[in-house]
Design a protein around this ligand. Structure first.
Ligand SMILES: [Zn+2]
Ligand SMILES: [Zn+2]
Length: 365
């Protein structure tokens, strides 16, 4: 089967013919129909943080189950599924407390060192699967804990985005921050995850949702997703612009960017008791200096967000149902469809303000 491989950090993506093992025990083999491009894959492909080459990245996968190991339960052959990078064991204290995103033994979804690897190149060389998935490929072999079943009525290209971007953005609002009816929200960065954050704030019943971006195109998307006000931070100083609309500051600020200047601005936008939520990872090298007394007096908190504190088995089917019911504008996230060989161009296209999300739908070319 064809897969797009990162052979060296910064070396880009190259299509190769790879071989997958047969599913064992609790593994599921998915014929991939759609695979989303998430910006963190570009970061992983360029800055060595955790997924060593040669590796197949890609962690927003939708497809059909075509084979599975004998111990899989709750998933049937022919099911339409979404696979996610959240790896959980189901047995540790975090999992048993409902915090599967914080599982203490994520390696439980991987094969043991003593078992044959799942993915090989033609010459027998082992190829790694990013997060136990490897979604930039025509097929994915993964553990059933990384897979959720979705309704067959949901188009694959939309379903794929539930695997990371939607889980992260909407989950940050609904799970991590637990925004309440009538509260105020600022979202900095209106890319695919930021738009899902806005949609989550609508579901939570936020009274004002301010979207900030440098692109008017992305801010137009933000309005479609439910932003009540938009601010182009190239034209307006963002802290002043937020304070003009919300004189007491915002209850919640979600930072999708992850660079120092934006984090510092985000803190200055907070109301008394308000919280800043760090979602964006920048280039993976950001550090900030905090004036702690100011934060203490204003009773502010800073919280990191990992995958929107999501439980993928609960949340992916939930968002799928909401999309089908017209409660989540998932269809507007799919801006462009590409072939497997066009991943580098796809990431380049994401810099364009008119593009929310790029999805691979052709795995033959
Ligand atoms: Zn992602
Ligand atoms: Zn666990």
């Amino acid at each position: 089967m064809k897969a797009s491989v990162v052979n060296a950090f910064g070396g880009g993506f190259a299509v190769e013919e790879l071989a997958l093992a047969q599913p064992l025990e609790r593994e599921v083999l998915i014929d991939v129909k759609a695979s989303g491009l998430c910006h963190s894959d570009l970061t992983l492909a360029t800055a060595g943080i955790g997924q060593p080459p040669p590796v197949v990245l890609g962690h927003e996968v939708a497809g059909v189950v075509i084979a599975m190991g004998e111990d899989v339960t709750g998933i049937e052959l022919g099911d339409h599924v979404v696979a996610s990078l959240i790896q959980f064991c189901g047995k540790c204290t975090q999992c048993l407390s409902g915090h599967t995103h914080s599982c203490l033994h994520p390696e439980a979804t991987l094969r043991a060192e003593s078992e044959p690897a799942r993915l090989h190149a033609g010459d027998g060389r082992v190829v790694n699967q990013g997060y136990g998935l490897g979604g930039f490929a025509a097929q994915v072999l993964t553990h059933e804990n990384q897979v959720a079943v979705v309704p067959k009525a949901l188009p694959f290209e939309q379903a794929a985005l539930l695997g990371c971007g939607v889980l992260t953005g909407a989950g940050a609002v609904l799970n991590t921050a637990n925004v309440q009816y009538g509260q105020t929200v600022v979202v900095i960065g209106a890319g695919g995850v930021g738009l899902s954050t806005i949609a989550g704030a609508v579901l939570a019943g936020a009274s004002r949702i301010l979207a900030i971006d440098v692109s008017d195109g992305k801010l137009e998307f933000a309005r479609i997703f439910g932003a009540t006000d938009v601010i182009n931070s190239r034209q307006l100083e963002p802290v002043h612009a937020v304070r003009a609309l919300l004189p007491e500051g915002a209850d919640y600020v979600f930072d999708l960017v992850g660079v120092r200047a934006v984090i510092e601005q985000g803190l200055q936008m907070l109301s008394k008791g308000g919280g800043l939520y760090l979602i964006g990872i920048g280039a993976g090298t950001t550090s900030v200096e905090l004036h702690t007394l100011g934060l203490q007096l204003n009773q502010n908190r800073i919280e990191t967000v990992y995958m929107g504190n999501s439980n993928l088995k609960r949340d992916i089917p939930l968002y799928a149902q909401m999309a089908l019911a017209g409660r989540f504008p998932l269809q507007y996230l799919v801006s462009r469809r590409i072939a497997l060989s066009q991943i580098d161009e796809g990431f380049e296209a994401l810099k364009d303000g008119s593009i929310a999300r790029v999805v691979i739908t052709d795995f033959e070319h």
